[in-house]
Ligand binder design. Structure first.
Ligand code: ZN
Length: 266
C-alpha cells in the first residue's frame, strides 16, 4: 500500500534549512508530498527548494510570490511591500532557467489531487487561487460557496488554521426549525491527530501554516501529515537552526527586516 500518507507543505519561501529540517522530522511518515505554493520569495535558496519540490512533490500549485518572480504580465511587484519586492527582484536574478521553467508550469487554479476526490488544493483561496487571504470565518464562508469538495487545503497566510462549515440546528422544535450553515474557526493543535472525516456533512478549509516564514508568533517551521486512508490530519511544528538561514540571507544582502522576522515568527 502506498500513497496514503501525504506530507503537506506550504510557503517554503526558499528557506532550505527549514525545508530540510521538516523533511528529516517527517522522514518515514509519508508516502507522497503536496505543496501549496510559494516555493520561492523572501528566502536565500530558491533553486535548491524548487529542485526538492520538483523531484519529490506529486502536486504543487502556484503562489503569489512564485507568480511575481516569473514577472508575468498583470502583476506589479510595486504592489508588494518594499522588502518583499526587493526579495522578488533578487530571486528573479538568482533563478536558473530550470527553476523558472518549473515554476512557470505550476497551475494558478485550484487542483484536485488524483489520490482523493474529497480534496481541493489551492494557494490562497478557491475564489482567488493566488491572491486572497482567508483570515476569518466570514471570508471562509464566502469561499465554501465556490467549491464542492468536502475539504480545501490552502496556504498563503502563513498561519495554521481550520475553518469548519456545518449546519447549525437551532434549538427550536417544530417544522419551521431554521437550518443555518455556519463557519467556526478551530485552533489547530500541534502534534495531535485530528479526524477530518466529512461523512456527517461538515466541510473544512485547512491551512498547515508555513515551512519557511511562519507568521503566528511561533518561529518553528510548520507542516502537516494527512492520512488519506483514515482521514486523519496531524499538524506539526519543528525547530530549525534559524541562524543558518539568516546567515545565508545576510550573504545574499536580503533586507534586514526579512532576516529579523524569522526569529520571531511574524
Ligand atoms: Zn507565502
Amino acid at each position: 500500500m502506498h500513497g496514503m500518507r501525504v506530507l503537506i507543505l506550504s510557503d517554503i519561501h526558499a528557506n532550505l534549512v527549514a525545508l530540510e529540517t521538516v523533511l528529516s522530522a517527517a522522514d518515514g511518515e509519508y508516502d507522497d508530498m503536496w505543496c501549496l505554493g510559494d516555493v520561492v520569495g523572501y528566502g536565500p535558496r530558491p533553486n535548491e527548494c524548487v529542485e526538492i519540490i520538483r523531484d519529490q512533490a506529486s502536486l504543487c500549485v502556484m503562489g503569489n510570490h512564485d507568480w511575481a518572480v516569473l514577472g508575468r504580465p498583470g502583476v506589479d511587484v510595486d504592489d508588494f511591500n518594499p522588502q518583499a519586492r526587493e526579495a522578488v527582484l533578487w530571486t528573479r536574478e538568482e533563478l536558473t532557467e530550470e527553476s523558472r521553467a518549473y515554476l512557470d508550469q505550476l497551475p494558478a487554479v485550484p487542483v484536485r489531487p488524483e489520490a482523493s476526490d474529497k480534496i481541493l488544493i489551492t494557494h490562497a483561496s478557491p475564489r482567488e487561487p493566488v491572491w486572497e487571504y482567508i483570515m476569518n470565518p466570514r471570508v471562509a464562508m464566502d469561499n465554501f460557496d465556490v467549491f464542492v469538495e468536502p475539504i480545501c487545503l490552502v496556504g498563503h497566510t502563513h498561519k495554521p488554521a481550520i475553518y469548519r462549515w456545518h449546519i447549525r440546528q437551532e434549538p427550536v422544535s417544530g417544522p419551521s426549525r431554521p437550518i443555518l450553515p455556519t463557519v467556526d474557526y478551530l485552533q489547530p493543535k500541534c502534534g495531535v491527530d485530528l479526524s477530518i472525516d466529512t461523512t456527517d456533512g461538515q466541510r473544512l478549509i485547512i491551512n498547515p501554516g508555513s515551512v519557511g516564514q511562519p507568521r503566528d508568533n511561533d518561529a518553528r517551521a510548520a507542516y502537516a501529515i494527512l492520512d488519506l486512508d483514515t482521514m486523519v490530519w496531524r499538524y506539526e511544528r519543528v525547530s530549525y537552526p534559524i541562524e543558518l538561514t539568516q546567515g545565508q540571507m545576510q550573504e545574499a544582502k536580503l533586507p534586514r527586516r526579512l532576516i529579523d522576522r524569522l526569529s520571531f515568527g511574524w
